[in-house]
Write a protein that binds this ligand. Structure first.
Ligand code: HEC
Length: 206
């Protein structure tokens, strides 16, 4: 039987992968709507948040890799553009949670951070700059909903579509991406960089 530690370690290492091209739905809570509570079982929500990230990873990364093997980065970028959104949407329904990603440098404008996501992003970036590893966290919103956040880190594989132009990101591949996302801002990353956050919202507990 796997120890809890092993499971958590695997969960964390899968975070970055699971983000390959999943999309998101908007939510407009502000920081002022947030509240903390002493009774909230944060460990339980962290576990659930990780499970959702892992589940999303399995579905998305498997298909992303297959698309890359089949037709290279160009094919995979098109896959991300058309298939990822409905897939993650159906997972949001399956998990009864709103699954979202946000970043300071977005490819899909729908992933632009809400005010409270911006706060988390700012804190995570400050931690990363200080050489610390940002950690998953859980907050209860004033609405009663529970928000789970976790960092999304860059890996070598990601650089083919998010790396430095003319270096890790080929100009011909980026031309395809720019056709799909004329406003794209999600490039220039190196492996190990903080790319953005998971933002998963659970309904208010009964
Ligand atoms: C084959 C190209 C490709 C690869 C490889 C790739 N991505 Fe992406 N990524 C995209 C596309 C296309 C989108 C926009 C998806 C959409 O429209 O919802 C995206 C969106 C994202 C987003 C959402 C924020 C935004 O900018 O819209 C994150 C976070 C992200 N990618 C992280 C990663 C990480 C981490 C990896 C490596 C594990 C990775 N990506 C690998 C193409 C790629």
């Amino acid at each position: 039987m796997k120890s809890l530690f092993t499971i958590l370690a695997v969960a964390l290492s899968l975070f970055a992968m699971s983000t390959a091209c999943s999309p998101s739905k908007g939510s407009e809570k502000t920081a002022a709507e947030e509240a903390t509570t002493t009774t909230l079982d944060t460990a339980q929500y962290k576990k659930q948040g990780m499970e959702i990230a892992m589940g999303t990873f399995k579905v998305l990364s498997g298909q992303l890799k297959a698309a890359m093997q089949e037709g290279g980065v160009k094919n995979a970028a098109q896959y991300c553009n058309t298939v990822a959104y409905p897939l993650v949407d159906s997972l949001s329904g399956q998990y009864n949670a709103q699954i979202r990603r946000a970043s300071n440098k977005v490819r899909n404008p729908k992933d632009a951070p809400t005010p409270r996501e911006q706060e988390i992003l700012d804190a995570y970036h400050a931690q990363a700059e200080a050489g610390e590893q940002p950690k998953p966290q859980v907050r209860q919103l004033a609405s009663g909903e529970i928000a789970f956040y976790a960092p999304i880190m860059m890996q070598d594989l990601c650089l083919k579509c998010h790396g430095k132009l003319g270096e890790t990101l080929k100009a011909e591949d980026y031309a395809v991406i720019q056709e799909l996302y004329p406003e794209d801002n999600a490039i220039g990353y190196e492996a190990g960089d903080l790319r953005g956050i998971w933002s998963i919202t659970f309904p208010a507990p009964n």
